[in-house]
Ligand binder design. Structure first.
Ligand code: SF4
Length: 403
């Protein structure tokens, strides 16, 4: 059944939500699905009966379905999920940690993946064949992953090979945030998958096997990783996938050690050096930590950078009374602030919004998909075909085997 069109109230809320000056971080309270400002762009074929359910009823129904499914089910939750979703997770983590959890699962039938599409694909690849992976809302994608269209990557690979001396090997490295077909692409070409937790090790892996690295889709993680490993900025070029030969000359490609795909995270690119300077002027002893998906300038202006797990550990281990300005997704920052009232913790961007695609996992979708599982029906299954699975598993296992 198709959901009704949004009301004029919903349209007004959507307008407010899309305005960067009025997107308020404190409006993260639970709402019935139909009242979510951006619902118009979410999976609409959820049955109508779930649209207006109040948060308390949804919670009761999720807990009831969860109890019926018992040990047949594991729920994985990414740190960027909202509180009213992450509360149901059996395991939480960043994409690397969740991939490790998926790989360890034994004797279950279902994984409910509260994250985005590429993570659910990786879970399907890493779990045994009999396990079904469910993504509560199929519209929960990743705008960065979408910037590396597989056809564009295959064409770019051929173009750069054609203008290089055949003795110069390029090793492709894909960020976890990419389609399974691209993980298979790198698996077939001696490449590897990386996450923000292990990117330096994957660069070392690549440079042990070739002269150059093609890194996609996030130019910032690639640039920040290469720079920290001592590669000068001028030896890293950016491949603009909208332009012939990536907007580069054959000479630039020949001289480059790292070729960076021109992709970015729409959430992390909002952080700026100005925000850091302003925060430091307000809190003289401020510690600034940012995610490496932020720009090189932001990472250089910060005191530290690290993956989501590294940010959590650094801030959690810090002494009481310290102040932390953090450059990452707001749900995680707010949760850290709630868990550590003895420290001053805030997001560097005062109007930062949640990752809009992660936010598409509303509890109503959990209720819907879980209740269907209790009735023997799998909706929103994410399934990677056998051929893609084979080669993407090779690339993922290379990553998981890194010391
Ligand atoms: S935070 Fe950025 S990289 Fe992560 S899922 Fe959202 S858009 Fe993609």
């Amino acid at each position: 059944m198709t959901a009704s069109a949004p009301s004029s109230d919903s349209a007004a809320l959507l307008e407010r939500y899309l305005n960067p000056d009025t997107c308020p971080t404190d409006r993260l309270e639970p709402l019935p699905l139909i009242e979510e400002p951006a619902f118009v762009s979410w999976q609409q074929d959820i049955p109508r009966s779930y649209l207006g359910l109040p948060p308390e009823e949804i919670e009761l129904r999720i807990r009831s379905a969860r109890a019926i499914l018992g040990e047949r089910l594991v729920i994985l939750g990414h740190h960027y999920q909202r509180d009213e979703v992450i509360q149901y997770a059996d395991f939480t983590g960043d994409s690397f940690k969740l991939a490790q959890h998926a790989a360890k699962q034994q004797g279950i039938e279902f994984v409910l993946f509260c994250g985005v599409h590429f993570m659910a694909e990786s879970a399907d690849i890493l779990t045994p064949p009999g396990v079904s992976v469910v993504l509560p809302n199929m519209e929960a994608g990743c705008s960065m992953a979408d910037m590396a269209d597989p056809g564009d990557v295959y064409a770019a690979w051929d173009e750069m090979q054609a203008c290089l001396d055949p003795s110069k090997r390029i090793i492709p490295v894909t960020y976890m945030n990419s389609a399974a077909s691209l993980k298979a692409f790198v698996g077939k070409r001696e490449g590897i998958v990386c996450t923000s937790s292990n990117a330096p090790k994957t660069f070392e892996y690549a440079f042990e096997r070739g002269e150059k690295v093609l890194f996609f889709p996030d130019q910032h993680l690639g640039r920040n990783t290469g720079y920290k490993m001592g590669i000068p900025l001028e030896e890293m070029v950016t491949w603009d996938w909208r332009r012939p030969l990536g907007g580069l000359t054959p000479d630039q490609i020949e001289k480059a050690r790292v070729i960076l795909w021109k992709g970015h995270c729409s959430t992390h690119q909002r952080f700026s050096v100005d925000q850091i300077e302003k925060a430091r002027s307000e809190y003289p002893d401020l510690n600034v930590i940012v995610h490496p998906e932020c720009s090189w300038e932001v990472v250089e202006a910060a005191d530290a950078s690290g993956s989501t797990e590294q940010i959590i550990k650094t801030v959690s281990d810090a002494e009481a009374g310290t102040a932390w300005g953090i450059g990452t997704e707001i749900n995680l920052v707010k949760r850290l602030a709630d868990e550590h009232p003895d420290k001053t913790i805030f997001c560097l961007d005062p109007v930062v919004c949640p990752c809009s695609t992660m936010y598409r996992i509303h509890p109503a979708y959990l209720a819907w998909t879980l209740e269907r599982l209790t009735q023997g029906e799998i909706v929103n299954r994410v399934e990677v075909d056998t051929k893609t699975r084979k080669w993407s598993l090779v690339a993922l296992e290379r990553m998981l085997a890194l010391p």
